[in-house]
Design a protein around this ligand. Structure first.
Ligand code: HEC
Length: 132
């Protein structure tokens, strides 16, 4: 049984010799850094249903008030014959947002929307008014 024992001892040394570099490699491997999670961008997918619910009652299709169709992404981005109401990246210049603050004050009282809705609409415009 002596040769067997020798073989086992040798095997242990070999395994050990292999294991050491493997382990040190594993230790040297830089800790994989996960990128900080980004806040999910607001897209039309997120904000669309809110705009539809709040605005499309009066602004839908060709007969929409002020010539605006706020029931679709294309309609919102198109604006009306007076121009665009969304300046991607710039809520302060986007009528879609400013009307929510009563500017211009042509809005019937029903334009009043809660702060949370205003915030999400503005975040969407600020983020580039992306469809998806
Ligand atoms: C109760 C009906 C009604 C609802 C609901 C409504 N609007 Fe209006 N909106 C109007 C009317 C009427 C006008 C036109 C006022 C005028 O031309 O004097 C108007 C005008 C506008 C204009 C101005 C367009 C321009 O070029 O002058 C914008 C922008 C607008 N609405 C956005 C919205 C948004 C955004 C919502 C949802 C938060 C909304 N509206 C909800 C009735 C409504």
């Amino acid at each position: 049984m002596k040769s067997n024992t020798t073989f086992l001892a040798l095997a242990a040394v070999v395994v050990g010799a292999l294991a050491v570099p493997t382990m040190s490699f594993a230790q040297k491997k830089p800790a994989t850094k996960k990128p900080a999670p980004k806040a999910a961008a607001v897209t039309y997918k997120t904000v669309g249903p809110t705009i539809t619910k709040t605005c499309a009652g009066c602004h839908t299709g060709a007969a929409g008030k002020a010539g605006l169709d706020l029931s679709t992404y294309a309609g919102i981005m198109k604006g009306n014959k007076e121009g665009k109401i969304v300046m991607a990246g710039n809520p302060a210049k986007s009528m879609l947002c400013t009307v929510l603050h009563g500017k211009p004050k042509l809005m019937p009282p029903k334009h009043a929307v809660d702060a949370k809705t205003i915030a999400v609409v503005e975040a969407w415009v600020k983020g580039g008014a992306k469809e998806k």
